[in-house]
Design a protein around this ligand. Structure first.
Ligand SMILES: C[S@@+](CC[C@H](N)C(=O)[O-])C[C@H]1O[C@@H](n2cnc3c(N)ncnc32)[C@H](O)[C@@H]1O
Length: 225
Protein backbone atom coordinates (compact mmCIF):
# COMPACT_ATOMS: atom_id res chain seq x y z
CA UNK A 1 0.00 0.00 0.00
CA UNK A 2 2.96 2.32 0.51
CA UNK A 3 3.53 1.93 -3.24
CA UNK A 4 0.84 4.46 -4.24
CA UNK A 5 1.98 6.97 -1.61
CA UNK A 6 5.59 6.60 -2.83
CA UNK A 7 4.56 7.07 -6.46
CA UNK A 8 3.03 10.45 -5.62
CA UNK A 9 6.36 11.70 -4.28
CA UNK A 10 8.18 11.00 -7.60
CA UNK A 11 9.24 14.18 -9.40
CA UNK A 12 7.78 12.66 -12.58
CA UNK A 13 4.26 11.97 -11.16
CA UNK A 14 2.67 14.95 -12.99
CA UNK A 15 4.91 14.83 -16.10
CA UNK A 16 4.08 11.19 -16.79
CA UNK A 17 0.34 11.88 -16.50
CA UNK A 18 0.70 14.78 -18.92
CA UNK A 19 2.56 12.59 -21.40
CA UNK A 20 -0.18 9.95 -21.13
CA UNK A 21 -3.03 12.41 -21.79
CA UNK A 22 -1.17 14.11 -24.67
CA UNK A 23 -1.38 10.82 -26.58
CA UNK A 24 -5.07 10.19 -25.93
CA UNK A 25 -7.61 11.06 -28.65
CA UNK A 26 -10.21 13.74 -27.81
CA UNK A 27 -13.14 11.32 -27.76
CA UNK A 28 -15.52 9.87 -25.13
CA UNK A 29 -13.69 6.55 -25.41
CA UNK A 30 -10.39 8.36 -24.83
CA UNK A 31 -11.79 10.10 -21.74
CA UNK A 32 -12.97 6.79 -20.32
CA UNK A 33 -9.89 4.67 -21.00
CA UNK A 34 -11.65 2.56 -23.62
CA UNK A 35 -14.86 2.20 -21.56
CA UNK A 36 -16.91 4.64 -23.65
CA UNK A 37 -19.92 2.35 -23.34
CA UNK A 38 -20.31 3.13 -19.62
CA UNK A 39 -20.88 6.84 -20.30
CA UNK A 40 -24.67 6.65 -20.39
CA UNK A 41 -24.95 4.70 -17.08
CA UNK A 42 -22.46 7.14 -15.59
CA UNK A 43 -24.48 10.16 -16.72
CA UNK A 44 -27.75 8.66 -15.37
CA UNK A 45 -26.10 7.99 -11.98
CA UNK A 46 -24.70 11.53 -11.79
CA UNK A 47 -28.04 13.17 -12.62
CA UNK A 48 -29.81 10.99 -10.05
CA UNK A 49 -27.23 12.11 -7.48
CA UNK A 50 -27.19 15.84 -8.16
CA UNK A 51 -30.75 16.68 -9.25
CA UNK A 52 -32.43 16.24 -5.84
CA UNK A 53 -29.96 18.75 -4.36
CA UNK A 54 -31.09 21.36 -6.90
CA UNK A 55 -34.80 20.62 -6.40
CA UNK A 56 -35.13 20.09 -2.64
CA UNK A 57 -36.77 22.30 0.00
CA UNK A 58 -35.89 25.96 -0.34
CA UNK A 59 -33.55 26.40 2.64
CA UNK A 60 -31.39 23.42 1.66
CA UNK A 61 -31.53 23.87 -2.08
CA UNK A 62 -28.26 24.22 -4.01
CA UNK A 63 -28.34 26.99 -6.63
CA UNK A 64 -28.32 26.16 -10.33
CA UNK A 65 -26.69 29.25 -11.75
CA UNK A 66 -23.02 28.40 -12.07
CA UNK A 67 -21.06 25.11 -12.09
CA UNK A 68 -17.40 24.21 -12.60
CA UNK A 69 -16.31 20.98 -14.32
CA UNK A 70 -12.83 19.99 -13.04
CA UNK A 71 -10.61 17.78 -15.20
CA UNK A 72 -13.29 18.33 -17.81
CA UNK A 73 -11.55 16.69 -20.78
CA UNK A 74 -13.64 17.33 -23.91
CA UNK A 75 -16.65 18.24 -21.72
CA UNK A 76 -18.45 14.89 -21.43
CA UNK A 77 -19.79 15.66 -17.93
CA UNK A 78 -20.55 19.26 -18.88
CA UNK A 79 -22.54 18.20 -21.93
CA UNK A 80 -24.67 15.51 -20.35
CA UNK A 81 -24.90 16.48 -16.66
CA UNK A 82 -24.00 20.10 -15.93
CA UNK A 83 -25.10 22.15 -18.95
CA UNK A 84 -28.66 20.72 -18.86
CA UNK A 85 -28.94 21.67 -15.15
CA UNK A 86 -26.99 24.96 -14.78
CA UNK A 87 -27.30 28.33 -16.48
CA UNK A 88 -23.55 28.50 -17.06
CA UNK A 89 -20.61 26.10 -16.74
CA UNK A 90 -16.84 26.74 -16.69
CA UNK A 91 -14.44 23.96 -17.68
CA UNK A 92 -10.96 23.54 -16.20
CA UNK A 93 -8.63 21.03 -17.83
CA UNK A 94 -4.86 20.76 -18.18
CA UNK A 95 -4.72 19.45 -21.76
CA UNK A 96 -5.38 22.21 -24.31
CA UNK A 97 -6.16 19.68 -27.07
CA UNK A 98 -9.25 18.51 -25.15
CA UNK A 99 -10.47 22.06 -24.57
CA UNK A 100 -9.99 22.81 -28.28
CA UNK A 101 -12.34 19.91 -29.07
CA UNK A 102 -14.92 20.87 -26.42
CA UNK A 103 -16.96 23.50 -28.34
CA UNK A 104 -17.72 21.14 -31.24
CA UNK A 105 -18.33 18.20 -28.86
CA UNK A 106 -20.74 20.33 -26.80
CA UNK A 107 -22.53 21.66 -29.88
CA UNK A 108 -25.29 24.22 -29.22
CA UNK A 109 -24.91 23.89 -25.45
CA UNK A 110 -21.44 25.44 -25.74
CA UNK A 111 -23.14 28.86 -25.83
CA UNK A 112 -23.70 28.39 -22.07
CA UNK A 113 -20.03 27.77 -21.32
CA UNK A 114 -18.54 30.68 -19.43
CA UNK A 115 -14.81 29.96 -19.60
CA UNK A 116 -12.51 27.23 -20.87
CA UNK A 117 -9.57 27.29 -18.45
CA UNK A 118 -6.37 25.43 -19.31
CA UNK A 119 -4.72 24.71 -15.96
CA UNK A 120 -3.66 21.80 -13.74
CA UNK A 121 -5.94 21.50 -10.70
CA UNK A 122 -2.83 21.60 -8.49
CA UNK A 123 -2.39 25.25 -9.60
CA UNK A 124 -6.00 26.27 -10.18
CA UNK A 125 -7.53 28.98 -8.00
CA UNK A 126 -11.30 29.49 -8.43
CA UNK A 127 -12.80 32.95 -7.99
CA UNK A 128 -14.11 33.33 -4.41
CA UNK A 129 -17.82 32.56 -3.82
CA UNK A 130 -18.37 31.95 -7.52
CA UNK A 131 -19.83 28.45 -7.98
CA UNK A 132 -22.99 26.67 -6.82
CA UNK A 133 -21.44 23.28 -7.69
CA UNK A 134 -17.85 22.24 -8.31
CA UNK A 135 -17.83 18.81 -9.99
CA UNK A 136 -14.63 16.70 -10.03
CA UNK A 137 -14.78 13.38 -11.86
CA UNK A 138 -12.07 10.85 -12.59
CA UNK A 139 -9.28 13.36 -12.14
CA UNK A 140 -8.40 13.65 -8.44
CA UNK A 141 -6.11 10.59 -8.59
CA UNK A 142 -3.77 12.82 -10.61
CA UNK A 143 -3.14 15.05 -7.58
CA UNK A 144 -0.83 14.26 -4.67
CA UNK A 145 -2.45 14.16 -1.21
CA UNK A 146 -0.97 17.52 -0.28
CA UNK A 147 -2.06 19.21 -3.51
CA UNK A 148 -5.51 17.66 -3.19
CA UNK A 149 -6.02 19.05 0.33
CA UNK A 150 -4.97 22.51 -0.87
CA UNK A 151 -7.11 22.26 -4.03
CA UNK A 152 -10.15 21.37 -1.87
CA UNK A 153 -9.46 24.30 0.45
CA UNK A 154 -9.38 26.70 -2.53
CA UNK A 155 -12.57 25.14 -3.95
CA UNK A 156 -14.29 25.63 -0.60
CA UNK A 157 -13.53 29.35 -0.95
CA UNK A 158 -14.80 29.21 -4.53
CA UNK A 159 -18.26 27.96 -3.48
CA UNK A 160 -21.17 30.32 -2.99
CA UNK A 161 -22.97 30.10 0.35
CA UNK A 162 -24.91 26.82 0.25
CA UNK A 163 -22.81 25.53 -2.67
CA UNK A 164 -21.43 21.97 -2.84
CA UNK A 165 -18.47 20.06 -4.19
CA UNK A 166 -19.33 16.81 -5.95
CA UNK A 167 -16.62 14.19 -6.26
CA UNK A 168 -17.00 11.09 -8.43
CA UNK A 169 -13.98 8.78 -8.34
CA UNK A 170 -12.81 5.19 -8.48
CA UNK A 171 -12.41 3.69 -5.02
CA UNK A 172 -9.90 1.05 -3.94
CA UNK A 173 -10.76 -1.53 -1.29
CA UNK A 174 -7.80 -0.46 0.82
CA UNK A 175 -4.98 2.09 0.73
CA UNK A 176 -3.64 3.93 -2.31
CA UNK A 177 -3.00 2.05 -5.56
CA UNK A 178 -0.74 3.45 -8.27
CA UNK A 179 -1.53 3.02 -11.96
CA UNK A 180 1.68 3.40 -13.90
CA UNK A 181 -0.11 3.59 -17.24
CA UNK A 182 -1.57 7.07 -16.65
CA UNK A 183 0.41 7.97 -13.50
CA UNK A 184 -2.59 8.28 -11.20
CA UNK A 185 -3.59 6.82 -7.84
CA UNK A 186 -6.85 5.22 -6.69
CA UNK A 187 -7.69 5.93 -3.06
CA UNK A 188 -9.91 4.03 -0.65
CA UNK A 189 -12.93 5.73 0.94
CA UNK A 190 -10.92 5.91 4.15
CA UNK A 191 -7.99 7.70 2.44
CA UNK A 192 -10.33 10.12 0.66
CA UNK A 193 -12.23 10.84 3.86
CA UNK A 194 -8.95 11.72 5.61
CA UNK A 195 -8.22 14.22 2.83
CA UNK A 196 -11.74 15.72 2.98
CA UNK A 197 -11.31 16.17 6.74
CA UNK A 198 -7.88 17.85 6.37
CA UNK A 199 -9.46 20.28 3.89
CA UNK A 200 -12.30 21.05 6.32
CA UNK A 201 -14.95 19.42 4.10
CA UNK A 202 -17.79 17.29 5.46
CA UNK A 203 -19.66 14.61 3.53
CA UNK A 204 -23.39 15.20 3.47
CA UNK A 205 -24.34 12.75 0.72
CA UNK A 206 -22.58 9.64 -0.52
CA UNK A 207 -23.71 7.13 -3.15
CA UNK A 208 -22.30 4.17 -5.06
CA UNK A 209 -22.62 4.27 -8.86
CA UNK A 210 -24.74 1.32 -10.05
CA UNK A 211 -24.75 -0.62 -13.32
CA UNK A 212 -21.04 -0.48 -14.08
CA UNK A 213 -19.10 -3.55 -15.31
CA UNK A 214 -17.96 -5.80 -12.48
CA UNK A 215 -14.31 -5.79 -13.58
CA UNK A 216 -13.77 -2.07 -12.95
CA UNK A 217 -13.22 -0.26 -9.65
CA UNK A 218 -16.15 0.62 -7.44
CA UNK A 219 -17.15 4.24 -8.22
CA UNK A 220 -18.53 6.53 -5.52
CA UNK A 221 -20.07 10.00 -5.53
CA UNK A 222 -19.68 12.36 -2.58
CA UNK A 223 -21.32 15.72 -1.96
CA UNK A 224 -19.22 17.87 0.37
CA UNK A 225 -19.24 21.34 1.83
C1 LIG B 1 -10.32 10.11 -17.06
S1 LIG B 1 -10.40 11.70 -17.87
C2 LIG B 1 -11.96 12.26 -17.26
C3 LIG B 1 -12.52 13.43 -18.03
C4 LIG B 1 -13.90 13.87 -17.55
N1 LIG B 1 -13.89 14.25 -16.16
C5 LIG B 1 -14.91 12.79 -17.79
O1 LIG B 1 -15.37 12.17 -16.80
O2 LIG B 1 -15.25 12.56 -18.95
C6 LIG B 1 -9.22 12.63 -16.89
C7 LIG B 1 -9.03 14.06 -17.35
O3 LIG B 1 -8.27 14.75 -16.37
C8 LIG B 1 -7.29 15.55 -17.02
N2 LIG B 1 -6.20 15.77 -16.07
C9 LIG B 1 -5.21 14.92 -15.73
N3 LIG B 1 -4.43 15.47 -14.80
C10 LIG B 1 -4.94 16.70 -14.54
C11 LIG B 1 -4.55 17.76 -13.66
N4 LIG B 1 -3.50 17.65 -12.87
N5 LIG B 1 -5.29 18.88 -13.66
C12 LIG B 1 -6.38 19.00 -14.49
N6 LIG B 1 -6.77 18.04 -15.34
C13 LIG B 1 -6.07 16.90 -15.36
C14 LIG B 1 -6.91 14.75 -18.23
O4 LIG B 1 -6.27 15.55 -19.20
C15 LIG B 1 -8.27 14.21 -18.67
O5 LIG B 1 -8.94 15.12 -19.48
Amino acid sequence: MAQGKDAMTKATFYDEAKTYWEDIPPTVNGMLGGYGTISSADVKGSIKFIKPMLMCEWNERVGSEKALDCGAGIGRVSKHVLLPLFQSVDLVEQEQKFLDEAPSFLGEASSNVGKYICCGLQDFVPQPKHYDVIWCQWVLGHLTDEHLVNFFKRCKEGLKDGGVMCIKENISREGVIFDEQDSSVTRSSKELTKIFRKAGLKIFREEVQRNFPLEIYLVKMFALR
